[in-house]
Design a protein around this ligand. Structure first.
Ligand code: S3P
Length: 173
């Protein structure tokens, strides 16, 4: 079984963009769980939340996580709520290294413009998102590695930092 790298963190942390860049640096395949769910369901994430509800979305997300095959090590961009399910936390621990992209809340808010927010049913407004962010910090903090992301960092810089940390921690060869 190969060990994947799972990028975790709140909405807008850059898991998809950094994940793609990291996969290029490592020469590994990249998979984005939200995109896998949308492709499989032929629905957007907001449509799934609206038509089927949050609980069904979480089931689909847990399934997508388990469908990432183990033959090849991959960089996996997860959705911001995946760690709220205990079995997912265990699965990710057992199948790879979890890397938290720790971005300050105000930077996340600055990054998430109207179009990005519209694609994220769980980002309703500043106050609600702040409460969700605070309630999840401990979950993200349980990740194997934490990368402190500054507002000045580009995605390429963050990817390089993640790669360096993974090598230093001997999580990749
Ligand atoms: C969610 C985050 C989203 C997506 C869904 C739920 C969450 O992914 O999975 O809207 O619970 O935080 P991103 O973190 O990529 O925005």
């Amino acid at each position: 079984m190969k060990k994947h790298v799972y990028l975790t963190g709140f909405m807008g942390a850059g898991k998809t963009t950094v994940g793609r860049a990291l996969a290029r640096l490592l020469g590994w395949p990249f998979v984005d769980l939200d995109s896998s769910i949308e492709t499989q369901q032929e629905m957007t994430i907001p449509e799934i939340f609206e038509d089927r509800g949050a609980a069904v979305f979480r089931q689909l997300e847990s399934l997508a996580l388990r469908q990432v095959e183990d033959e090849t090590a991959m960089v996996v961009a997860t959705g911001g709520g995946i760690l709220s399910v205990a079995e997912n936390r265990k699965w990710m621990r057992d199948h790879g290294t979890t890397v938290w992209l720790d971005v300050p809340f105000e930077t996340l808010v600055d990054r998430l413009g109207p179009a990005s927010r519209a694609r994220r049913p769980l980002f309703e407004n500043h106050t609600q998102a702040r409460a969700l962010f605070d309630s999840r910090r401990n979950l993200y903090g349980d990740s194997d590695l934490r990368i402190e992301v500054l507002s000045s960092h580009s995605a390429a810089e963050v990817a390089a930092l993640v790669r360096k940390t993974l090598v230093e921690e001997k999580c990749v060869i």
